[in-house]
Design a protein around this ligand. Structure first.
Ligand code: HEC
Ligand code: HEC
Length: 270
């Protein structure tokens, strides 16, 4: 029964009009080269021209409000230790350059896989004596965007060997696991059907290189964790909790798929 429903859903998706990005996507367009790596395509190359134009101009990109907020928070002393990020890390432009390319990453200190947001919270609770930023709160998103933005233009390079290997294997398993009413896995939409329309949306390869990103549908900025939960809802499956091991290994696997694509944070997407 579930198999049949999935077959029906996939058939319906495949039968909907096959439309290309508008204007039609040309892989040889030199303007697109920075948003590709071999066969890998950033969601930017699937986005409509108006959305791309918003991202191209830092002044019209609403995500820069979060970059600016993060910059202010960077030098704000908080917590029992009376320290700011800057007191220990100096200028973020130098110390955080490249840091955003390797998360989610195995953290020897925590002895587990951490997202960039979780690593920032680790510094807050363990080194500053401050409260962790609450998931999806303004400062949570602002600090992550500010830190990640220091890697803009650098290729993602998530590591999968050594102590990261079991997390990677689990992430891959979950990426290919069918779920929800329609019995569909991440891979069906973002590998098999990418380039096709699903309702009003053009399915991309599901590359997380733009997170945290400003989403027009959200009317705000959000994290990869939030987006992945949204994709579960697309197939009417119960999402894993935020920051759960499952959601984090899926983020890791999805980010590894994007290795080589450049960080765009904060990207703008529909
Ligand atoms: C039923 C189809 C469907 C499934 C299944 C699905 N997604 Fe998505 N996903 C979408 C749509 C639609 C979008 C928005 C348009 C686009 O970028 O494809 C999206 C966007 C994304 C993006 C953002 C891409 C960008 O450019 O910012 C990521 C990352 C992503 N999905 C990851 C996942 C992961 C991980 C899974 C499995 C847990 C998953 N998706 C399952 C439909 C799906
Ligand atoms: C008391 C000093 C101290 C403060 C304050 C501090 N950190 Fe850290 N942070 C460290 C040290 C030391 C490391 C390296 C060891 C580790 O990874 O835990 C680190 C590591 C990091 C990393 C990982 C770097 C990498 O290469 O993976 C990030 C990201 C980070 N800090 C962000 C922040 C942010 C954002 C703040 C402010 C909210 C902050 N830190 C506040 C001491 C501090």
């Amino acid at each position: 029964m579930r198999k049949m429903m999935m077959a029906a859903t996939l058939a319906a998706l495949a039968a909907s009009p096959v439309a290309q990005a508008d204007p039609p996507f040309d892989p040889k367009d030199p303007k697109m080269a920075p948003y590709m790596a071999g066969d890998k395509r950033s969601g930017y190359t699937f986005a409509e021209p108006e959305t791309r134009a918003m991202q191209d101009d830092d002044f019209s990109n609403p995500g820069f409000l979060w970059v600016e907020d993060g910059k202010k928070l960077w030098s704000k002393a908080e917590g029992k230790a009376g320290k700011s990020c800057k007191d220990c890390h100096g200028e973020a432009e130098k110390s955080m350059k490249g840091v955003g390319t390797v998360y989610p990453r195995f953290d020897p200190h925590a002895n587990m896989l951490l997202t960039l947001e979780q690593k920032i919270n680790q510094c807050r609770t363990e080194r500053m004596g401050a409260d962790a930023y609450k998931f999806d709160s303004k400062p949570y998103n602002a600090m992550a965007t500010y830190v990640k933005h220091q890697s803009r233009g650098m290729p993602l390079a998530v590591q999968t060997d050594g102590p990261a290997a079991p997390y990677f294997d689990m992430g891959r398993r979950l990426y290919y696991e069918r779920r929800g009413m329609s019995d569909i896995a991440c891979k069906h939409c973002h590998e098999d059907l990418s380039g096709l329309h699903m309702r009003s949306e053009l399915l991309s390869q599901g590359m997380p290189n733009g997170f945290p990103q400003y989403r027009l549908k959200w009317q705000t900025l959000g994290s990869a964790q939030k987006r992945i939960r949204g994709c579960f809802e697309e197939v009417r499956a119960e999402p894993y909790p935020v920051d759960s091991l499952e959601n984090t290994v899926i983020e890791m696997y999805a980010t590894w798929r994007a290795n080589g694509l450049r960080v765009e944070s904060p990207a703008v997407r529909k």
